[in-house]
Design a protein around this ligand. Structure first.
Ligand SMILES: Cc1ncc(COP(=O)(O)O)c(C=O)c1O
Length: 393
């Protein structure tokens, strides 16, 4: 009889079945068995398709990437361990010392750090611009500009830049356009169909939608993809199988979640816009008063996203009072795209790294609140917001 010491370490196989599982299995295996050295050589050399080592690729990342690739209509997609990992993947695979990038000044704070201080350490320079001002973007482009970076709905003031025009500007000088589509997601916007060469998303947010995963997506064309797989593996940016499995499951309901959330966001924006005594400004691309409303309609179709940003007249004290009054129903969570409605305070979270002057120039003050509208009933979200406004006294 075999010893337990010899039985236990042996890898077991699932019995073959004529039926297939309806839900995808989770392939946690870090390594795959090769038939012989010739097969290992063919797999590692890319002459045969298949898996060898999970940092290079695994079925759960591929299933998720395939779904995202179809959502965005691109030739290739890769999953990284975070949204920042997906951005690092572009920087490390496409840029080198001596290159220059033009960067929207309305980006997620860590993205600004990556393309500013961190890129500078690699010899990559950058110029910040208002991406909604095409002349400013044109003036910033240099002969060594390789990348133009913009968010399709900017954070937190929800500006919508002209993607086809930016793509044309970038391409005219041999640069590529990278669109961070995190706040919109593919239900609202498909940037590759509007001229973007690279689409990046934090899957951590609405795409997964259940607050239990940190993951990133990069989509692009085959012609630019050559260095991406090697950089993903060599810099250790790959995602774990279980996280990919969870995100694929979350994605299953993306359409219905976004339908509800976008509908409620529009209704909440209208309630806030009517509260003129306590609310100084409401930023929502679905409002006719939004500076980019017409462009958003052109680029997004009928949905304008699940995020609503507003500024209370009473500054930071008013924001504190609003949050205290509604804390039971709208938790303060410095992220977005959760199942339920949450809020964040850009001055003390995502934009805390900026000087007060820089924040003021962007229109972010102590009274600015970013609401991430969830899938509760529209009436419940409106009631919760009205409760917050009533708390202002
Ligand atoms: C617009 C935007 N881009 C990128 C990121 C980074 O994504 P992750 O947190 O998944 O690394 C975030 C995170 O908040 C974000 O809001």
């Amino acid at each position: 009889m075999e010893k337990p010491d010899d039985i236990c370490p042996r890898s077991e196989r699932v019995a073959k079945s004529p039926t297939a599982p309806h839900a995808p299995p989770i392939y946690l295996s870090s390594v795959y068995e090769c038939r012989d050295p010739q097969q290992a050589d063919a797999l590692l050399g890319g002459r045969e398709a298949g898996y060898v080592y999970a940092r290079d690729g695994h079925p759960n990342a591929d299933l998720l990437a395939d779904k995202c690739l179809r959502l965005h209509g691109t030739e290739r997609a890769a999953i990284a361990a975070s949204g920042m990992g997906a951005l690092a993947l572009v920087v490390l695979s496409q840029l080198a010392g001596g290159d220059h990038v033009v960067v929207s000044n309305q980006l997620y704070g860590r993205t600004l750090s990556l393309l500013g201080d961190e890129a500078a350490r690699l010899g990559i320079t950058s110029t910040l611009v208002n991406a909604c001002e095409l002349d400013e973007v044109r003036r910033a482009i240099r002969p060594n500009t390789k990348l133009l970076v913009v968010e399709t709905i900017s954070n937190p003031l929800l500006r919508v830049a002209d993607l086809p025009a930016l793509a044309e500007l970038a391409h005219a000088s041999g640069a590529a356009l990278l669109a961070d589509n995190t706040l919109a997601g593919p239900v609202v916007c498909r940037p590759a169909q509007l001229g973007a060469d690279w689409v990046m998303e934090s899957l951590t947010k609405t795409m997964n939608g259940h607050s239990d995963v940190v993951l990133g997506l990069l989509c692009g064309a085959q012609a630019r993809w050559q260095r991406v797989p090697a950089v993903l593996s060599t810099w250790g940016l790959a995602a774990a199988p279980f996280d990919c499995w969870l995100a694929l499951r979350g994605l299953g309901t993306l359409g219905v979640r976004m339908d509800r959330a976008c509908h409620s966001a529009q209704a909440v924006a209208e309630v806030l816009a009517a509260a003129t005594t306590s609310v100084e400004a409401v930023h929502y691309p679905g409002l006719a008063s939004h500076p980019d409303h017409t462009r958003a309609g052109r680029q997004f179709g009928e949905r304008f996203g699940s995020i609503v940003t507003f500024t209370l007249s009473g500054g930071a004290a008013a924001a504190d009072a609003f949050m205290a009054a509604t804390a039971e129903r709208i938790p303060f969570c410095p992220s977005l795209g959760e199942l339920g409605t949450t809020l964040s305070h850009p001055q003390s979270t995502s934009h805390r790294g900026l000087t007060p002057e820089a924040r003021a120039a962007l229109g972010i003050g102590g009274g600015t609140i970013r609401l991430s509208v969830g899938i509760e009933s529209t009436e419940a979200v409106i009631e919760a917001v009205e409760e917050g406004l009533a708390g202002l006294g």
